[in-house]
Design a protein around this ligand. Structure first.
Ligand code: IPE
Ligand code: IPE
Ligand code: MG
Length: 252
């Protein structure tokens, strides 16, 4: 068992977010500050991915979802898109043993058919190899857009013939989303200080607690994750109720 730091041991296990979603932003700016090319920022960002995934699993978080490539990111320069796809493929082909050792199941959401064939194949392969893992589910959002996800759900509903108005409910609609098998995120972390959602999990974030840090993604490591969780644990989640109602529910 890895040693727990002082901050980490103040995490309350009973208030642990079950699902943490992260908008990993700021790779380009990190590189810029260091006079490096943007791709070096993405490469360093992969180290943060490894560190944060391992830390979340050791803390006991059950679901982590990482926004790795948006539907809109295809519009970036080809050189950058190709480099990101290359890094992703490298991550998938080198990480499966570590994922298995740590009991981490890999999952993916997004318009995955738009990924290059070799990346898609590497993704399928790692998902298959980690299917039996039960300690944590790591979901990569790839070629992902929240609006695109909602449209894809509506299209599937209509083509399934399940579209009679009285059958449509929040639960039924959720089951058509890419995230049908995932709980909604409890905590959303966005690095690099931007106060926006950027088309991420528009439906699922309805009652998610949002934590924005100025830290750029390549600098974000275990200690930053612990801080975000501790901040989350101080919040009162009300889901539309009054603070008093929430307190009564807590004692029941
Ligand atoms: C996040 O970092 C990685 C992806 C969006 C793929 P950025 O590449 O957006 O970095 P900034 O926002 O330009 O600094
Ligand atoms: C969001 O970051 C997408 C990912 C982190 C993959 P962007 O850098 O693409 O978002 P904007 O352009 O700042 O809104
Ligand atoms: Mg960005």
């Amino acid at each position: 068992m890895p040693m727990k730091g002082k901050l980490e041991s103040s995490i309350l296990p009973e208030k642990l977010p079950a699902h943490i979603a992260i908008i990993m932003d700021g790779n380009g700016r990190w590189a810029n500050v260091k006079n490096l090319d943007r791709i070096s920022g993405h490469r360093e960002g992969m180290k943060s991915v490894r560190s944060v995934v391992r830390a979340a699993r050791n803390i006991g978080v059950r679901y982590v979802t990482l926004y790795a490539f948006s539907a809109q990111n295809w519009q970036r320069p080809k050189l950058e898109v190709d480099a990101l796809m290359g890094l992703l493929k490298h991550y998938l082909s080198t990480e499966s043993d570590t994922l298995i050792e740590n009991g981490i199941r890999l999952n993916a959401i997004g318009r995955l058919r738009e990924l290059p064939e070799d990346v898609h194949a590497a993704l399928d392969d790692t998902m298959e190899k980690t299917r039996h893992c039960r300690d944590m589910t790591l979901t990569l959002a790839l070629s992902y857009g929240g609006r695109e996800e909602i449209l894809d759900a509506v299209k599937r509903m209509v083509s399934d013939g399940a579209s009679s108005p009285e059958n449509i409910s929040t639960a039924n609609f959720s089951s058509y989303l890419y995230t049908a098998n995932l709980p909604e995120p409890d905590l959303l972390i966005r690095t690099s200080g931007e106060m926006r959602i950027s088309n991420f999990m528009l439906w699922q974030l309805a009652y998610t607690e949002i934590y924005v840090t100025k830290t750029l993604w390549p600098d974000f490591r275990k200690g930053h994750l612990v801080k975000a969780i501790l901040n989350y644990q101080k919040r009162e989640r009300r889901f539309g109720l009054t603070g008093e109602q929430v307190k009564i529910r807590e004692v029941i």
